[in-house]
Design a protein around this ligand. Structure first.
Ligand code: PGA
Length: 242
């Protein structure tokens, strides 16, 4: 496990963007596993800047996002489709038919999960998987549980997650209660994982995930088993790792 701690968020974002850009520039058919939430916004901004400065292309890249809320259409400002478009896709030359996000409005959600697993299977392995960490240790929307699922599935969001995400909605009642998430299988199979953490509120869970017992009650703790894990944290989130 490689742990890197940065004095500023900008330094962290730049480093994360450089790792992603390296994969995009050197792999013949790069596959990126993308995350949403507050944490990676700056990383995408830094990646766009590198794309503009260094003039490398995303035309040959395929991406798969980790999750999407059930019930939010693509044009909803809090859908992850909307987020990805705003924060990354519309600023780069990635063909949108190569960018995959689960469809939270599918009438048959189980069929949508199977469709998404087929897409991930067609990728082989993800070259670099970006992850944030929830305050409860979730990765994607794989919430703490007695057992975790390997494949894409529908999940009931925990109260912790609903509360944490309420900041993006005008009221907590508007936060969807369900989501589709990639399971832990493709995440752990990725060639490289970039776990990003920012802010004091992540210090305890980051420490627990990386230094505590490996348990499904803290899904991020499974990352300890990954042979190529890069943890990028700012001073506040990485405080207990020093
Ligand atoms: P955040 O979410 O980046 O908004 O803190 C992280 C997560 O829930 O995985």
């Amino acid at each position: 496990m490689n742990i890197e701690i940065f004095q500023t968020e900008e330094q962290l974002d730049r480093r994360a963007a450089e790792i992603i850009a390296e994969v995009v520039k050197t792999e013949d058919h790069p596959t990126l596993g993308l995350a949403t939430g507050g944490t990676p916004v700056g990383t995408y901004k830094a990646l766009i800047e590198l794309h503009q400065q260094q003039k490398f292309t995303f035309k040959h890249v395929r991406t798969a996002n980790l999750d999407e809320y059930v019930g939010l259409p693509k044009d909803h400002e809090q859908s992850y489709y909307y987020y990805m478009n705003e924060h990354l896709f519309k600023h780069i030359d990635l063909p949108l038919d190569q960018a995959h996000i689960p469809d939270g409005t599918a009438s048959d959600l189980d069929a949508e999960c199977r469709r998404y697993d087929d897409i991930l299977a067609s990728f082989g392995r993800i070259d670099v998987q970006i992850l944030g960490i929830g305050h409860n240790g979730h990765i994607g929307f794989n919430e703490p549980a007695d057992a975790l699922q390997a494949g894409t599935h529908c999940v009931q969001l925990t109260d912790d997650t609903i509360q944490a995400n309420a900041r993006f909605f005008s009221s907590i009642d508007e936060v969807p209660k369900q989501a589709i998430t990639v399971g832990v299988g493709p995440i752990l199979k990725s060639k490289k994982i970039l776990l990003l953490a920012k802010g004091e509120s992540k210090a305890d869970i980051l420490h627990q995930a990386l230094k505590g017992p490996i348990t499904t009650q803290c899904p991020a703790s499974l990352l300890q088993t990954h042979p190529n894990l890069y943890v990028l944290a700012d001073e506040a989130a990485g405080r207990k790792l020093k």
